[in-house]
Write a protein that binds this ligand. Structure first.
Ligand SMILES: [Zn+2]
Length: 341
């Protein structure tokens, strides 16, 4: 099966009332971990790469590893998504490379940290939508500003919570297919200093946006749970993580009941890998073959990804439908199938 359209995955998730995890990768073992978890749980899946990941993989390695994944796991509907495209050029190069979905994060300027104006965001996102839809590629936009920094990208601090009225105007003026919103969650491992409650996690804003835009798929970013057991393994074997809390699974599930269809997860995978490698090094100081420690690292990431797939509800849905490629999506966009949002 070729890489498929994310629009179809998210439309199907909306019909079925579940969310689809979008897992960040930087190397072969992470791709293998996601694909094995998808096979084990029979899940459709989104694999995403940030600009930093693309640079790390020199683009071509990433693209060809993804083709290998599609070839080796033909039963899994698989999407390759550009995470946090910082400019029109970044999204254009992703589309040319073969990504089937792109995020244009116009909430910050191309420097990756300065918040943009609403008009600047509308202008660049609209331009990406025109190019992408012409090629059958789906576009995720972002309105409001996420806090924190991930792979060098992000405004830092606590960000700016999305205004529901602005979200509505943004979708109408840009034609985006899905929308990332800021509801008090930050990127990275250090999200909250205690278990988050309604004063920081603005689930009421999410619910209000879904009410106003029932047909737009919402995207939650920074949605790692940062579980204590994964933190503990790292600290037990020489790591020094400060105590931190992620997003409670029940809050993610509340989001999924209110229009969230794409759930981004990166930090949990990183924690699982690092803990497994630290443990292996501590227990086997005489070993030096990278395969010896990359295997438990891959297994640890697969375990947490499979758990998330079950918690988000995508498990068991891999064979629900016949996936379509972006050629067919191109025709649908040209026919105006998605113009009425
Ligand atoms: Zn993000």
């Amino acid at each position: 099966m070729p890489l498929v359209s994310v629009q179809q995955l998210l439309d199907e998730a909306a019909k079925g009332g579940y969310g689809v995890g979008a897992f960040n990768v930087n190397n072969m073992e992470q791709i293998q971990a996601v694909m094995e978890a998808a096979r084990e749980t029979q899940s459709p899946v989104i694999i995403q790469a940030s600009s930093g990941a693309r640079a790390h993989c020199q683009d071509r390695y990433l693209y060809h590893m993804m083709l290998a994944a599609a070839e080796l796991y033909p039963e899994i509907p698989l999407v390759l998504h550009q995470d946090h495209g910082n400019s029109f050029e970044t999204c254009k190069s992703a589309i040319e490379l073969g990504f089937t979905s792109v995020m244009m994060d116009g909430s910050i300027l191309p420097d990756g940290k300065t918040p943009s104006s609403f008009e600047q965001n509308v202008e660049v996102t609209r331009k990406v939508v025109e190019l992408a839809h012409d090629k059958g590629v789906t576009v995720e936009g972002e309105i409001g500003v996420m806090g924190g920094v991930e792979a060098g990208h992000g405004a830092g601090g606590t960000g700016r919570v999305t205004d529901p009225g602005q979200a509505e105007e943004f979708v109408a003026r840009t034609g985006v297919d899905s929308l990332a919103i800021a509801i008090g969650i930050s990127h990275g491992a250090y999200k909250f200093k205690s278990k988050p409650d309604g004063s920081v996690l603005k689930m009421d804003v999410l619910i209000e946006i879904h009410k106003r835009l029932p047909d737009v798929h919402l995207v939650m970013h920074g949605t790692s749970n940062v579980p204590k057991d994964l933190q503990d393994v790292i600290n037990q074997y020489g790591g020094k993580l400060n105590p931190t809390w992620g997003v409670p699974i029940e809050e993610i599930q509340l989001g999924i009941r209110n229009g969230v269809r794409k759930v981004n997860v990166d930090t949990d995978s990183c924690l699982a890998i690092t803990g497994a490698i630290r443990k292996f090094f501590a227990e086997h100081p005489e070993k030096f073959d990278p395969r010896d420690y990359m295997k438990p690292a891959r297994d640890a990431m697969k375990k947490v990804v499979a758990l998330r797939m079950t918690q988000f509800g995508q498990a068991g849905h891999a064979r629900d439908y016949v996936p379509i490629g972006i050629e067919k999506m191109k025709q649908r966009y040209a026919a105006g199938a998605f113009a009425a949002k």
